[in-house]
Ligand binder design. Structure first.
Ligand code: GDP
Length: 204
């Protein structure tokens, strides 16, 4: 999938707020992951925005509590990339956690246009307890989930293969649902783009 253009469409910061007008009617693909998993870096890389990043790379874990929408024109069609707030329940104070849950819950349950969710997991660590909660929750929402295992450059090839196999087994999902990737080396990025392109064109 070749990306033609990307623009920031707006954000949701309050429960009950509607997605930005400019993404109305578009297929949506959401990105979910704990703070610091590499989500902003991956979104920028995926969209080809490495020199002029469009997604904000977080300085402080758990700080961003907004859902950001990007309108993307690609050769597979037009879609909205939805950047969900990073979670990290361990560090975040209770009100922030509640806010995350409320916002995300409201969005995920209400979004008819959501074609699928990309759940990010750090390849070195596998799913944390927070990740497991998010995955369980996504299963309840009932949308297709693709797992992107991030920062694959941090492992040598053999350890990488073993980690991918272990995580795939732990998650109990099909190999085709799991893509190891690195925003640094570019590993897996094309595969991720192609899979998302397939999701966009089949949902249109
Ligand atoms: P977010 O909080 O999930 O949006 O995570 P960020 O994109 O801000 O990344 C968190 C940290 O991980 C930053 O220091 C990034 O430079 C680093 N990082 C992100 N992606 C990669 C990757 O693919 N490989 C490596 N080695 N580091 C990464």
């Amino acid at each position: 999938m070749h990306i033609k253009s990307v623009e920031f469409a707006g954000a949701i910061g309050q429960i009950g707020q509607a997605p930005p007008e400019s993404v109305a009617g578009l297929v949506q693909i959401a990105f979910s992951g704990r703070s610091h998993v590499g989500k902003s870096t991956l979104v920028n890389q995926l969209l080809g925005r490495t020199r002029t990043p469009i997604a904000r790379v977080s300085a402080r874990p758990g700080k961003t509590q907004e859902i950001n929408f990007y309108r993307v024109r690609s050769e597979a069609g037009e879609f909205a990339l939805v950047d969900l707030p990073g979670y990290g329940f361990a560090q975040a104070p209770a009100p922030l956690r509640e806010r995350w849950r409320g916002l995300t819950d409201d969005y995920l349950r209400g979004s008819e246009a959501l074609a699928g969710v990309v759940q990010l997991i750090d390849l070195r660590h596998g799913p944390t307890s927070d990740d497991r909660k998010a995955i369980e929750y996504l299963a309840e929402v009932g949308r297709p989930v693709l797992f992107a295992l991030t920062k694959s450059d941090k492992l040598k090839p053999r350890a990488r293969r073993e980690a991918i196999a272990t995580i795939t087994e732990t998650l109990g999902v099909d190999e085709a649902q799991v893509i190891a990737c690195s925003s640094l080396s570019g590993d897996g990025m094309e595969a991720l783009r192609e899979t998302l392109g397939g999701l966009v064109s089949s949902a249109e």
